[in-house]
Design a protein around this ligand. Structure first.
Ligand code: AMP
Ligand code: ZN
Length: 111
């Protein structure tokens, strides 16, 4: 298995895991871009949103991201959920992941 995030799921490499259920795992980004920067991933390997055939998987990731944001105290003040997909969006890890970003004001449009 060569996928970095599959190795985090398997506990083969360490990560700062903050939440987990049957389908999803949430851990802190190693290079945070905001005071809260958490990655939410499905436990099933899906390379990107382009390969996501089961819409329920996307729904579970999104709901888990919402719950992580709430647990981080961001529900009322606000937060951003981002899925970078392929080269021009800057995707570097090809295991679908939602970035949960919050704790500071964020610009629009994104970079
Ligand atoms: P993306 O550019 O959307 O593919 O995001 C990949 C994210 O994974 C980046 O924000 C990285 O900082 C993060 N990342 C890479 N390796 C690790 C790791 N071992 N633990 C936690 N986050 C990581
Ligand atoms: Zn994977």
């Amino acid at each position: 298995m060569s996928c970095l995030f599959c190795k985090i799921i398997a506990r083969e490499i360490p990560a700062n895991i903050i939440a987990e259920d049957e389908h999803c795992l949430a851990f802190r980004d190693i290079n945070p871009q905001a005071p809260t920067h958490v990655l939410v991933i499905p436990k099933e390997h899906v390379a990107s949103l382009n390969q996501m055939t089961d819409p329920a998987l996307g729904g579970r990731v999104l709901a888990f991201a919402r719950d992580v944001a709430a647990a981080e105290g961001l529900a009322e003040r606000g937060y951003r959920v981002v899925l970078n997909t392929n080269a021009e969006a800057g995707q570097t890890v090809f295991h679908l992941h939602a970035h949960v970003l919050g704790g500071r004001a964020q610009g629009w449009p994104p970079g």
